[in-house]
Design a protein around this ligand. Structure first.
Ligand code: ADP
Ligand code: ZN
Length: 631
């Protein structure tokens, strides 16, 4: 591939240029930290380190083993990429997924950093060429699959080179307690002994204590070198709303997100196919993704999404591992996820670029019974664990307080504020908390009069005066509570019933869903207890206002022009558009209208190499746009 080889040579030249510039600028204050900061700006085009990045980089530069726990999109890669540019020797990055390696190498190459990968996807020729570059010490970062690294010939080659750092990405793969155990990862501690002067940095987004301990002990780490970032993803707007008419709710949502990239997760393949067809019929740019498609179809649909050729992916949970697309603007859960950890991982795929992104969960009380049914098929121990997960998820979904509090507390973190301002509950405000004692009395007495044998559905039928056969079979139309709840919709009663359970006024049978009253219910009857809660109203209206607010008010016409240019450049170079510039970079251009090469360097994500490579194309568009609109 002559194009790639050419690019690589060019990039090596760029890299030399950068390091010369850095050396020149910092002859006097040649401190590691300053160099790190300088590289952050020069190469990556960012002005500030994010939380912990600076300390982590300093720790690695001091050649201390380091464990990094940071959520998806937190900025883990820079923690080893910047030291790699400062160390004289090579940095080896162990990564489990070929797609991630390719993505990282593409991005680094665009930044003018000499990086390459070794894995089974390379042809013999490409492999040989990469080995050659390594032997000539032309490489700063080598991404490698664990099984490739463990091959004796790879090990002996790498042992002959100066290796300064070994980064272990997705380090939870080391642990049998993680969700993605890879046996080869276990052998990495042995590999370390082959590189005595290399320091080790392990990175993961998995927060569980058990996995952390496993990583440290398996790699022989010291406790003091652990960095745990907050799991709060501030730019994600969290909204949970009850599932009413999911298709029209989804269409409604999409109509206010036109042109944005997003993922919709469904429970089953059939649902994926149905929803995909509906969206396509409605004119959306959309593709399906699930295990029923061939590998080729899946890879193709994923590629279209990554390259911004397709806007929406409707997928089962199988989608998302190994994609690094930073401008995913929304994630919709069409169905209830399995547990909070899965949910958080999935919504974590939105907004990696730090721009506000939207997470919508359509919550159906009926889904709970479905999940309970599946849980009941499991062994006793598995049931216990699954029930704990489910009740944590329900607690989160049904909470009336800021959603970040139960969410982060699940990950062992104390959310310090009362309100985040970025969830539906915070926007709804306290005013929705009303006295629902009368409604509680109606519901609870209906439970009592039907002899505490029935589930929520049936009680609502009786309250709303349903003509269903089941009601007549039990002669429940004769009860005094029959038809006394017609003022509220079925959905509102469901929501109320869940609150009564949450408040301990009644309990629900795990297996069959039957309701029973508690002592507290009798206090309500006696008038000794007031019940405060929420009556569900359509909350999407005020939520919509918030979500469309962005950090800046930018020139949308210019933004679209820049986006088109970016797509053309990306297609020409055969990379995804975000590898050229992120959305945030384009937005800043459409806010500040940089007119010269120098001012372009102040824009987020524009480093010196990209400025030289692409600056003039973007400046041309900005300048002619400004002329046209007399800006
Ligand atoms: P992770 O590996 O933790 O999921 P990444 O390393 O992919 O996250 O970083 C997510 C995004 O944030 C990337 O686009 C990255 O370039 C960007 N980023 C990282 N650090 C900074 C920073 N200090 N300032 C601005 N953007 C950053
Ligand atoms: Zn909140």
């Amino acid at each position: 591939m002559p194009r790639q080889a050419g690019l690589r040579i060019l990039n090596n030249l760029f890299y030399c240029e950068i390091s010369m510039q850095i050396r020149k600028n910092y002859k006097k204050a040649d401190f590691m930290t300053d160099r790190a900061k300088n590289i952050l700006g020069e190469v990556f085009g960012y002005s500030e380190f994010r939380s912990h990045q600076k300390k982590i980089i300093e720790n690695v530069l001091k050649k201390r083993d380091t464990l990094v726990i940071m959520p998806t999109g937190g900025g883990k890669s820079l923690c080893y990429q910047i030291p790699a540019l400062i160390f004289n020797g090579l940095t080896i990055v162990v990564s489990p997924l070929i797609s991630l390696m390719k993505d990282q190498v593409e991005q680094l190459t665009e930044l003018g950093v000499s990086a390459l990968f070794l894995n089974s996807s390379l042809s013999t020729e490409e492999y040989g060429r990469n080995i050659d570059l390594l032997k000539k010490n032309k490489v700063k970062l080598l991404y490698i699959a664990p099984e490739t690294l463990l091959m004796p010939r790879t090990l002996s080659l790498l042992s002959s080179l100066a290796v300064d750092c070994m980064a272990i990405d997705e380090a939870h793969c080391i642990s049998e307690w993680g969700h993605d155990f890879r046996p080869e990862y276990r052998q990495l501690s042995d590999v370390r002994t082959r590189f005595p002067s290399a320091t080790c940095i392990a990175l993961t987004a998995t927060a569980t204590q058990r996995v952390r301990e496993d990583i440290k002990s398996s790699l022989g780490f010291d406790v003091s070198n652990e960095f745990i970032a907050s799991f709060d993803r501030k730019n994600l707007f969290i909204n949970i709303t009850s599932k009413d008419n999911p298709v029209s709710q989804t269409l409604d949502f999409l109509s206010s997100h036109s042109g944005e990239s997003g993922i919709i997760y469904c429970f089953s393949r059939k649902q994926v196919d149905d929803l995909y067809r509906t969206l396509e019929e409605n004119g959306y740019s959309v593709k399906p993704y699930h295990a029923g498609l061939t590998d080729k179809e899946r890879a193709y649909n994923q590629e279209l999404f990554i390259k911004d050729d397709v806007q929406i992916i409707v997928a089962t949970i199988a989608f998302g591992m190994g994609i690094n697309k930073p401008n995913v603007r929304f994630v919709i859960h069409f169905d209830l996820p399995k547990n909070i950890e899965t949910y958080y991982q999935e919504i974590g795929r939105a907004g990696r670029d730090g721009l506000n992104s939207f997470c919508l969960l359509l919550f159906d009380y009926g889904d709970i019974q479905k999940i309970k049914y599946f849980i009941n098929q499991k062994s006793e121990t598995e049931q216990r664990i699954a029930n704990v997960h489910l009740s944590a998820l329900l607690q989160f979904a049904e909470t009336e307080i800021c959603r970040r509090r139960p969410l982060l507390s699940y990950f062992g973190e104390n959310y310090p504020a009362n309100k985040c301002g970025m969830c539906d509950n915070c926007l709804a405000g306290d005013k929705n908390l009303v006295d629902i004692t009368v409604l509680a009395k109606k519901f609870l007495s209906c439970v009592k009069r039907t002899n505490e044998m029935f589930g929520i559905n049936h009680i609502i039928d009786v309250l709303r005066g349903s003509q269903s056969q089941k009601v007549y079979n039990f002669e429940h139309e004769k009860l005094s509570t029959y038809g006394i709840g017609k003022d509220y919709t079925r959905k509102q009663w469901f929501h109320l019933a869940r609150q009564f359970i949450n408040k301990g006024l009644m309990i629900q049978d795990e297996k069959y869903g039957g309701l029973k009253l508690t002592e507290k219910a009798y206090d309500v009857f006696k008038g000794q207890e007031t019940v405060l809660g929420m009556i569900e109203v359509e909350r999407m209206a005020n939520v919509k206002k918030k979500e469309t607010e962005t950090e800046y008010d930018y020139d949308r016409i210019l933004y679209e022009k820049l986006r088109k240019l970016r797509k053309d450049l990306a297609d020409k170079a055969g990379v995804p558009p975000y590898v050229i510039f992120s959305d945030k970079t384009l937005i800043e251009m459409a806010v500040f209208y940089p007119r010269s090469k120098e001012s372009l360097l102040y824009v987020y994500g524009v480093g010196s190499v990209k400025q030289k490579k692409y600056g003039s194309y973007f400046l041309d568009i900005i300048n002619s746009h400004c002329k046209e609109h007399q800006i």
